[in-house]
Design a protein around this ligand. Structure first.
Ligand SMILES: *[C@@H]1O[C@H](CO)[C@@H](O)[C@H](O)[C@H]1NC(C)=O
Ligand SMILES: *[C@@H]1O[C@H](CO)[C@@H](O)[C@H](O)[C@H]1NC(C)=O
Ligand SMILES: *[C@@H]1O[C@H](CO)[C@@H](O)[C@H](O)[C@H]1NC(C)=O
Length: 259
């Protein structure tokens, strides 16, 4: 009799052990937490590092500053004319500083993503020559936008590597970067951290979501008109830079390169 009772207790213990394990392996973590290899929710490296199953896993195998070396950056900017404004403005360190303010960028970045990003930087800025749109006209103020009202006398033409344009983009981007770009849009051309920050803001919102579809999809995300046959020269230039940087960084360029 006593033995049967003991056996029942043993069974209950065994059952609760298994159900606990099963439950922890289910891992219905909140979206801001990582599900660890063993199925527990948490946020530090034990959960988000290697073996992480879901959530904001830190998948990057390599720190960003080992991918974007000074040599890699200099090889690009050295091709810009000495009279370029960008030559006295953009630096490799300012790119790294800006990237570090986007933890989800640095956590997942790969060599192929850097080849992609810098191919577009190179094309958009002409090897980091330009820091703002050339020959802009108009104030790019959408007066109907109540959330991000234009400041008196300020102009929201294209600035930064990806030409942040319009008050509502300056407003939304500034909010993420923690700088008031509506009242001081010229921060984008006076502080290189902010300048690269605007480019990464655009990248995270509009380009990274299509990154896995191949280089062509990233061209479309940046300039849909080029892909509609309006500027095959520009498309080809972007692809040429991309292949070059993939080669320099030692990665395959992948499928679906054109758009
Ligand atoms: C650099 O710019 C100057 C002034 O615009 C121009 O005269 C010169 O030819 C340019 N040099 C190169 C290598 O493009
Ligand atoms: C971070 O990036 C990964 C991969 O691109 C994505 O799945 C995840 O939702 C992102 N997390 C946040 C908080 O944006
Ligand atoms: C850029 O960011 C770095 C790191 O946060 C900082 O030390 C540096 O002063 C910043 N540069 C400017 C011009 O704000």
């Amino acid at each position: 009799m006593a033995l049967t009772k003991l056996f029942a207790v043993f069974l209950i213990c065994l059952f609760s052990f298994y159900s606990k394990t099963a439950k922890s392996q289910y891992c219905g973590c909140s979206p801001i937490l990582c599900c660890s290899q063993k199925g527990y929710c948490g946020i530090d490296d034990d959960y988000c590092g290697s073996g992480c199953r879901s959530g904001p896993c830190r998948k990057s195998k390599e720190p960003l500053d080992r991918i974007v070396t000074q040599e890699f950056f200099d090889k690009i900017i050295s091709q810009a004319n000495n009279s370029c404004a960008g030559k006295r403005f953009y630096t490799r360190d300012s790119f790294i500083n800006a990237a570090n303010t986007f933890p989800n960028f640095t956590s997942f970045v790969t060599r192929r993503e850097i080849a992609t990003l810098f191919a577009h930087f190179t094309h958009e800025t002409k090897h980091f020559c330009y820091i703002e749109e050339v020959g802009s006209s108009g104030d790019y103020c959408d007066k109907n936008n109540r959330e991000y009202p234009c400041a008196l006398g300020k102009n929201y033409y294209g600035r930064g590597p990806f030409q942040l344009t319009w008050n509502y983009n300056y407003g939304a981007c500034g909010r993420i970067l923690g700088v008031d770009l509506l009242s001081q849009p010229e921060f984008v051309t006076s502080n290189p951290n902010v300048s690269f920050g605007t480019a990464l803001w655009f990248w995270m919102n509009s380009v990274r979501p299509v990154l896995s579809q191949g280089f062509g999809a990233t061209i479309r995300a940046i300039n849909v008109m080029e892909c509609n046959g309006e500027n095959s020269g520009a498309v080809n230039a972007r692809i040429r830079y991309y292949r070059d940087y993939c080669g320099q960084l030692g990665v395959e360029s992948g499928a679906n390169i054109t758009c």
